[in-house]
Design a protein around this ligand. Sequence first.
Ligand SMILES: NC(=O)c1ccc[n+]([C@@H]2O[C@H](COP(=O)([O-])OP(=O)(O)OC[C@H]3O[C@@H](n4cnc5c(N)ncnc54)[C@H](O)[C@@H]3O)[C@@H](O)[C@H]2O)c1
Length: 374
Amino acid sequence: MKTIGIGVIGTAFMGKAHSIAYAAAGTVFGGSLRPKLEIVCDQSPEIAEAKRKEMGFERCTSNYMDVINDPKVELISICVPNAVHKEIAVAALAAGKHVWCEKPMSTNLADSQAMVDAAATSPQKTIVGYNYTQNPLVHSARDLIREGVIGDITGFFGVYDVDNEADPERPYSWRMNRELSGTGANADVMCHLVSVAHFITDSEISRVVGEYDIVYADREDPKTGTRKAVDNDDVCMAIARFNSGIKGTLRVSRVAWGRKCGLSWEVHGSKGMIRFDQERLNELQLFTQDQDPRQQGFRTILSGPYHKPYDAFLPNAGHNLGYVDVKACELNQLLTAIDSDTTTWPSFADGLQIEKVMDAIDRSAMAGQWMDVE
Ligand SMILES: NC(=O)c1ccc[n+]([C@@H]2O[C@H](COP(=O)([O-])OP(=O)(O)OC[C@H]3O[C@@H](n4cnc5c(N)ncnc54)[C@H](O)[C@@H]3O)[C@@H](O)[C@H]2O)c1
């Protein structure tokens, strides 16, 4: 058994989710490569020290270069706001580290391209945190589609609604600023939906027409107490054509009251349909038209050990995996790739294709016309 030294940068929602996955990886998956929590970083030294103790890292720092330059660190998690991803990822790859970067890759295509270029000149592995493609049940859905269970794919239709910013009194944050976040709901949640669309259809979006809405035009800045203009989208919609020839629609909102993680999608086929709702992430809905018409309807398939790697967590079906378990599946893919020199999905190169779709939606929403994905 070998260990792999881990550095995590950022300690909030995602920094914690990655750290839990690292701590669980050996117990859940076994495997010959065992993560060792070496160093954690937060811009606040007090938070860094508190998280070091809480999450069991050996060392902590408030300077991410300490993580990159740490000789004991071989794999780095980037769990900070989007605008900082590129500089960390490029430096980490140059220093010979593997990189697990949260989504979206960056705030603009040029930065994401620079990350891909850095990965192309490094033998190290990369993966982008598109965890909704890592659910064992979603992998199984793709297998069923590939096996022709719903016939030929005729369309992809997806929604990702959340109510994170639905309250107009929610204060201004980096997520509402184009410079710090990139686009709004497009960068934050549309990217997840595009990742699923690409993964589940084995195809990529090639042309879009996009539309935006800024529902709440300004918010109170907690730093100054004054109103600050929101300059990115609360709602983002797209009609899409895929390079396989299918068509679809994608709609996301960060101001949709009641939707907590309302990522749902449908793949329509010539002989049936598969539906999924992330708020019920252990259920797949399958309709096949070959049933006795008197008994026709969607079947609910509960997640279980035959949806690999569910069996690494639990021996019995219907006992349910959660969000962090799926994050552990994502990590397992990366550790396997590092250990066996296999590929990951989505690597930085695959992630760039997702960013290009978001960019085309952005250009289309600004210009009011169809746009090709570059
Ligand atoms: N995959 C998912 O489902 C998912 C969910 C939420 C967020 N994310 C992504 O994860 C990233 C982080 O999101 P979050 O919700 O954890 O963000 P957050 O704003 O809640 O936390 C960011 C963390 O980074 C730290 N930080 C900021 N700048 C830093 C710097 N220069 N050096 C060191 N630490 C710094 C902050 O102190 C904080 O701990 C974002 O890119 C976001 O889009 C992904």
